[in-house]
Design a protein around this ligand. Structure first.
Ligand SMILES: [Zn+2]
Length: 100
């Protein structure tokens, strides 16, 4: 049996806890009309942390300076925000690993 390796923290596992993870949640992909999904292999810890990271970093409203009020973001904008959040999460984890 091959070992699966977490692409973020490097954790190796044979018991199947390293799973495929959709960087962008599927319902967001569907709303944005995107079919090509980016999938990463992540361990359970990183998945939990990333879900929490998304919950605190991705918001679905934005202040629009053009109309001078808050409005709901479009699915494309939310999708981009997930991508940016994923990148900042991987940076955050890399910094953490250097410290510990
Ligand atoms: Zn991990």
């Amino acid at each position: 049996m091959t070992k699966d390796r977490c692409e973020i923290c490097g954790y190796e596992d044979e018991a199947g806890t390293v799973k495929k993870y959709h960087v962008i949640p599927q319902e967001i992909m569907e709303q944005a009309g995107v079919t090509h999904t980016r999938i990463r292999k992540l361990c359970q810890n990183c998945q939990d942390e990333l879900n929490h990271w998304y919950a605190t970093n991705v918001s679905d409203i934005t202040y629009d300076t053009g109309i001078q009020r808050f409005r709901n973001k479009s699915p494309q904008e939310i999708l981009r925000e997930y991508e940016v959040s994923f990148q900042s999460f991987t940076r955050h984890k890399r910094v953490q690993q250097k410290i510990t």
